[in-house]
Design a protein around this ligand. Structure first.
Ligand SMILES: [Zn+2]
Length: 429
C-alpha cells in the first residue's frame, strides 16, 4: 500500500489490511471488521459473514450518509459502533475491530496492557480506553465505545470481547492495532518467564527525542546496479519479517553494507509493511541521500560497519518472544539445540538507553555479537549475507519461543560445556 492512502480506493485498502491481519493470526475467518469513512461521509466496511481469508474488493460494502447500502452483502454486524465512532470523532477516518488472541487475554481478565513495555508503543497507541461489556452488534455497545472515544482515546479494550482502534487513516489505525497487540503478546510471554518491567515516561521521551537525519545531505546521488539490487533485497526482507511476525509497522531497521563502509538503510517514520525501494536511504561518506531521513539507529549501523569488517548486514527489530526476554531481564540461554548455539553463541542484554548515541555501549558497536538484546527496545542481529542474518533472527526467535513454552513443562536442561566445546571444534574453528 502506498503512503498516500488518499489515492487508493477504500475497498483496496481494506482488502490489503484484512489480509495482513488474517495471515498474521490476528483475526478469525468470521471475526473482526474494518471500515473507512471517505471525504463524502460514505462508510466503506467489511461485510457480515464472509470469509476473511478470501475477501475481495467487490465484497466491501458502502453505507451512504443517508443509510443506503450499496453492495452484494450485508454490512458487518458491528457497523453500529463504527458509525458511532465516526459521529463522536471527526478526526477518525478509519476503524479496526478484531479479537486478536493476546488482547483478548487482557480483555477476559479485564486488564489494559501497559504500552510502556516497549519504546515506541506509548507514542503510537496513545492512552488506552476500556469499554464495558454489551451485546455484540447492539446500539448499546456502540454507545459505550463512542463514549470512550469521546474521552479522546484512539485504542480501546472491549471487555470480554476484543479491541477497537481508530486512526487518521487505515495505515495509522493498523499501526496502532499491531503495536497494541505486540505489547499484549510481549507482556504475556514475558510473564511466563519472569516479571515484565516497564519504561518510565521520561525514558520514552528520551527515545522520541533522538535526532533523526542529522547526517549532512549529499549534493548528488548515484544509483549503480549493485546499489539498486541491495535496495530490493532490503525491501524483500522487511516485507518477509512483517509477514512472519518478526517486525511490526512501527519499529525495525534493516541495513546492508554497500561499498567500503557505505551502506543502505531503511528510513525512519515509514510503515514497514509499505516500504518501497525508493524509501531506502543511501549513506555514502557519512552523508545521506538528500531529502530522506535514515533510521534513528543509523549511527549504530555506521559504527558497526566501520569497526567490524566481517559484518555486512544488520537487522534491528522487535519480535514477541525475544522481547519477552528483553522486558524481563531473563537470560536467554541458547544452549538449547545445536543449531541455536552454533548460529548465535551466547546472547547478552544491554540496558535501555545504551542504544542512544550519547551512551554508546561498546558491546553494541565494537564487540558485536551475532545477537544482542536491548532492554525494552529491540534485538539486533548481525551477519554476512542479509538472508543469513534473517535466518539468525528466525533461529533466535524460535529458540526464545521454545524456552517460553517449555517453561510451563519443566526446567530447561541446556547442553553442557563439553557438548558446547564439541560444537565449537566442529563448526566454529
Ligand atoms: Zn467482535
Amino acid at each position: 500500500m502506498s503512503k498516500n492512502t488518499k489515492l487508493i480506493h477504500p475497498r483496496d485498502q481494506i482488502i490489503e489490511v484484512i489480509d495482513r491481519i488474517y495471515k498474521r493470526g490476528m483475526t478469525t475467518t468470521s471475526g473482526g471488521n474494518i471500515s473507512i469513512i471517505d471525504a463524502q461521509g460514505d462508510i466503506w466496511v467489511t461485510p457480515s459473514a464472509v470469509d476473511k481469508g478470501s475477501l475481495r474488493p467487490s465484497d466491501i460494502i458502502c453505507v451512504k450518509g443517508d443509510g443506503t447500502i450499496i453492495g452484494k452483502h450485508k454490512p458487518s454486524s458491528e457497523f453500529p459502533f463504527h458509525k458511532a465512532i465516526y459521529e463522536a470523532r471527526p478526526d477518525i477516518k478509519s476503524v479496526i475491530h478484531a479479537h486478536p488472541p493476546a488482547l483478548v487475554s487482557f480483555s477476559i481478565v479485564r486488564q489494559i496492557p501497559n504500552t510502556n513495555v516497549i519504546s515506541q508503543a506509548k507514542h503510537i497507541c496513545g492512552p488506552i480506553g476500556y469499554a464495558e461489556y454489551r451485546v455484540p452488534g447492539s446500539e448499546e455497545l456502540g454507545e459505550v465505545i463512542a463514549d470512550e472515544f469521546k474521552k479522546g482515546f484512539k485504542a480501546i479494550i472491549m471487555e470480554n470481547h476484543g479491541t477497537v482502534l481508530g486512526g487518521s487513516d487505515l495505515t495509522d489505525a493498523f499501526e496502532r492495532f499491531e503495536a497494541l497487540e505486540f505489547c499484549a503478546s510481549t507482556i504475556l510471554y514475558g510473564a511466563q518467564i519472569g516479571t515484565p518491567n516497564y519504561l518510565k515516561d521520561g525514558q520514552i521521551e528520551e527515545f522520541e527525542a533522538q535526532a533523526v537525519g542529522v547526517l549532512p545531505e549529499m549534493e548528488t546521488t548515484d544509483y549503480p546496479s549493485d546499489e539498486v539490487e541491495k535496495r530490493a533485497e532490503i525491501c524483500k526482507i522487511v516485507q518477509r519479517s512483517c509477514q512472519q511476525g518478526l517486525m511490526i509497522s512501527s519499529y525495525g531497521t534493516v541495513s546492508m553494507r554497500w561499498r567500503g563502509n557505505d551502506f543502505l538503510i531503511t528510513p525512519t517514520g515509514i510503515n514497514r509493511w509499505d516500504l518501497e525501494i525508493d524509501d531506502i536511504v543511501q549513506i555514502k561518506d557519512g552523508k545521506r541521500e538528500a531529502g530522506k531521513n535514515p533510521s534513528r539507529a543509523a549511527w549504530i549501523h555506521q559504527e558497526i560497519y566501520n569497526l567490524n569488517p566481517d559484518i555486512n548486514s544488520i537487522i534491528m527489530t522487535q519480535s514477541p518472544y525475544l522481547m519477552a526476554f528483553g522486558v524481563t531481564n531473563s537470560y536467554l540461554n541458547v544452549r538449547t539445540i545445536p543449531e541455536s548455539w552454533i548460529f548465535l553463541q551466547d546472547i547478552n542484554t544491554i540496558k535501555y538507553g545504551d542504544h542512544f548515541r550519547k551512551n554508546r555501549n561498546p558491546k553494541l558497536v565494537e564487540d558485536c555479537a551475532t545477537a544482542l538484546i536491548i532492554e525494552n527496545d529491540s534485538v539486533i542481529i548481525t551477519g554476512d549475507k542479509l538472508l543469513q542474518t534473517f535466518d539468525y533472527l528466525e533461529v533466535a526467535e524460535f529458540s526464545a519461543k521454545s524456552i517460553v513454552l517449555g517453561n510451563s513443562l519443566g526446567e530447561l536442561v541446556p547442553i553442557n560445556d563439553e557438548q558446547v566445546e564439541d560444537l565449537r571444534k566442529k563448526f566454529l574453528s
